[in-house]
Write a protein that binds this ligand. Structure first.
Ligand code: UT7
Length: 339
């Protein structure tokens, strides 16, 4: 008879710490409106955005991720060599090979962790968190660094008024590790590939190579289609994530949805019947949509401003390119946040 597989480790999982990176350069709506036919008032009313941060010269997804990752490791109190895996959720590492996670691992001086990139658009961080949690629970990893990072600004056509104002740059990282009690609930995730065209790179790299007509690949978004999909789908995803963890809206200390559009989040809140006493992340106002970084950045703002305390129960939900979504209930990290 063959032996059963018996993991030597394996436990519940928790977010142990959080670190973020916000680029210095603040870009106002007025600056965006220099190249598109729009107004500050239109952008604020339709999306909630007042400003965003753009990365400076020399800054990339790798440098931003490294900075956020270093802060998360410091806040965790762990030694760097205790991180045995890095998951980098990003759609804007502008080189197909090598993957960004190994570059970040090297920059952080980690001695050869498992490292891979995860591409799930704006839902990337919640996907990465789910994978990290399950790696720990299965005994495959002990401490996983999950980084949500996107460097959107180089992919924006600043003359396209349907997308130029929406996105910003940034990074947020968490260390996920073992816990005596469950502090990361089951993920609820899914996708609708039939709507893949709604957020996409135009042209693809191969179209760019074979045709002379293109100078630059841009991120294109069919905003209305994505809005309708999100408004219709994500409320149910959020409720399913609560149900999967056997908690109700009354148990929540915070709701941290992807920062794509304040109006979408208001619709989700209404659909959930979220009590008014539960604070809702509003980082979009000054950070815009940072894609895979938006959920950890929004988490950091809420903790920094005292809207919620460490250890509080929060519902996370990410959604976007794919179209794909992922959400889960978590206990927020209790260590001081590295901003
Ligand atoms: O993170 C990934 C997931 N992304 C999202 O979830 C984004 C979802 N979509 C959205 O957030 C919204 O669709 C936008 C904020 C992008 C756009 O808002 P909207 O309310 O859906 O605008 P719309 O596309 O329906 O356009 C309404 C009007 C149109 O004019 P008419 O046809 O009513 O005369 C547009 O031509 O606004 C016009 N318009 C603008 N006007 C001023 C479109 N873009 C602009 C603009 N400034 N930038």
């Amino acid at each position: 008879m063959t032996a059963d597989i018996t993991p030597t480790t394996g436990s519940h999982s928790a977010i142990l710490s959080l670190g973020v990176y916000r680029p210095d350069r603040v870009v106002t709506n007025e600056e965006i409106c220099k190249t598109i036919d729009s107004t500050d008032e239109w952008i604020r009313t339709r999306s909630g955005i007042r400003s965003r941060r753009f990365a400076g010269p020399g800054e990339t997804s790798v440098t931003m991720a490294t900075s956020a990752g270093r802060k998360a490791i410091e806040a965790s109190g762990l030694d760097a060599e205790q991180i045995d895996c890095i998951i980098m959720a990003t759609s804007s590492h502008y080189s197909q090979t090598p993957q960004a996670a190994t570059l970040v691992a090297d920059a952080l001086g980690l001695p050869g962790p498992g490292s891979f990139d995860l591409s799930a658009g704006c839902a990337g961080f919640c996907h990465g968190l789910a994978v990290a949690s399950d790696l720990i629970r299965a005994g495959s990893s002990r401490h996983v660094l999950v980084i949500g990072v996107d460097h959107m600004s180089p992919s924006l056509d600043m003359t396209d008024r349907t997308s130029a104002f929406i996105f910003g740059d940034g990074a947020g990282a968490v260390v996920v590790g073992p816990s005596e009690t469950p502090k990361i609930g089951p993920v609820v995730w899914g996708s609708d590939g039939a709507q893949a065209h709604a957020i996409r790179q135009v042209p693809t790299w191969m179209e760019m190579v074979v045709a002379d007509e293109y100078e630059h690949p841009w991120m294109r978004m069919e905003g209305q289609s994505v809005f309708r999909w999100a408004a219709f789908t994500i409320g149910k995803v959020a409720q399913d994530a609560l149900d999967a963890s056997s908690v109700t809206v009354d148990d929540l200390d915070a709701f941290i949805p992807h920062q794509a559009n304040q109006r979408i989040n208001e619709l989700i809140v209404r659909g959930l019947k979220l009590p008014e006493s539960v604070p809702v992340a509003d980082d979009i106002v000054e950070t815009a949509n940072t894609s895979a970084a938006s959920v950890p950045l929004a988490m950091e703002k809420m903790l920094r401003e005292g809207q919620v305390s460490g250890g509080g129960l929060a519902l996370l939900v990410g959604f976007g390119a794919g179209l794909a979504y992922a959400g889960q209930v978590v206990r927020l990290p209790e260590t001081p946040v590295e901003s």
